[in-house]
Ligand binder design. Structure first.
Ligand SMILES: [Zn+2]
Length: 58
């Protein structure tokens, strides 16, 4: 199963600056406001997922 990979691919990751909980943008869209899933902070920082690019060398 690769469902978790699809989630990482489709959503932007957010990390709570207080507890470090990871939330995805599609989870946050369900909420009325951006807030940590644990409710401890409204300040989440965006985490860029590692993008692996394959470059073709000619
Ligand atoms: Zn938190």
């Amino acid at each position: 199963m690769s469902k978790s990979e699809e989630k990482v691919f489709g959503g932007i990751k957010y990390e709570c600056i207080r507890c470090g909980a990871i939330t995805y943008s599609d989870e946050l869209e369900k909420l009325p406001e951006i807030v940590c899933p644990h409710g401890c902070s409204r300040v989440l920082k965006k985490v860029r997922p590692p993008i692996v690019k394959q470059l073709k060398a000619i």
